[in-house]
Design a protein around this ligand. Structure first.
Ligand code: HEC
Length: 244
């Protein structure tokens, strides 16, 4: 009986094509149908702010150094993950992440809720030599970050490229990208005020690497690490709402 069915359908070209289309479209429907409800599934985050030029530069260093190969930035909706790392990741939190850095490989811990967990000095010490602060660590050292001057002349173009893929940077943000990068790492300098003006009062303006006089790759990377998971409080609000 089974063989008879096969022989019949395989000899009928049009019927076979229709059968293939029918079976293949099941997979298509499973992928496409949820997209019709995307407006309900992706949460709103009206408090979401943009990465500053310095944080974006730090994010680029994070990608350049391959930190994502050992660290994910995506907390799954599993109890053990939520208990270890904090509220699970929401889609809206990576709205401005181009490219996204969710990752899946975890040689080190997930970093999605890292911002504000440690001091800047802790991050600098940890990146210089992880064993100084976590004796059993297998993370590599990144000592050159503190020696390398940060390249900032092309930051305006980086912002403009992000705008092209949908991040709402304004003309003023793009024009002042270089000044804002210097200002964010030099709180007492003349350019610090513009950062808060353009990115909000809550923006961290500090000498991230401990030295306000020089702008290093360490400044940028630590500025970025301190904002991971802090662009919006939507995930914390969602958890609080569920607990009520
Ligand atoms: C070879 C894998 C590996 C790479 C590459 C790596 N890390 Fe790690 N990382 C680890 C491990 C393992 C730990 C846990 C031990 C520790 O805290 O040092 C860790 C811990 C951390 C922590 C502390 C997290 C917490 O919540 O305690 C931070 C922050 C961090 N890494 C940042 C980075 C950054 C930034 C880079 C890229 C410059 C990087 N890591 C690259 C393996 C790695």
């Amino acid at each position: 009986m089974k063989e008879f069915f096969h022989r019949k359908i395989e000899r009928n070209a049009i019927g076979f094509v229709l059968a293939i289309v029918g079976v293949a479209s099941i997979g298509g429907l499973v992928e496409i149908a949820p997209l019709f409800t995307i407006h309900e599934t992706v949460e709103e985050a009206p408090d979401m702010r943009l990465y500053t030029p310095l944080e974006l530069a730090g994010r680029n260093i994070y990608i350049r150094e391959g930190c994502y190969a050992c660290h994910s930035q995506m907390i799954r909706t599993l109890r053990d993950e939520v208990e270890r790392y904090g509220p699970y990741s929401l889609a809206v939190e990576s709205k401005y992440d181009h490219p996204m850095l969710w990752g899946s490989k975890r040689t080190g811990p997930d970093l999605a809720r890292l911002g504000g967990k440690y001091s800047d000095a802790w991050h600098v010490a940890h990146l210089m030599n992880p064993r100084d602060v976590v004796p059993e660590s297998v993370m590599p050292r990144y000592g050159w970050l503190k020696r390398n001057a940060l390249r900032i002349d092309d930051l305006g173009e980086h912002l403009a490229a992000q705008r092209d893929v949908g991040v709402p940077y304004t003309d003023a943000m793009i024009e002042n990208a270089v000044a804002d990068a210097r200002g964010q790492a030099n709180p007492d300098g003349p350019e610090a005020g513009g950062v808060a003006e353009r990115y909000g009062e809550a923006t961290n303006v500090r000498a991230f690497d401990g030295n306000p006089g020089t702008l290093t790759e360490m400044d940028a990377l630590v500025a970025y690490l301190q904002i991971v998971g802090q662009l919006t409080q939507a995930a914390h609000q969602e958890t609080a709402a569920k607990e009520e």
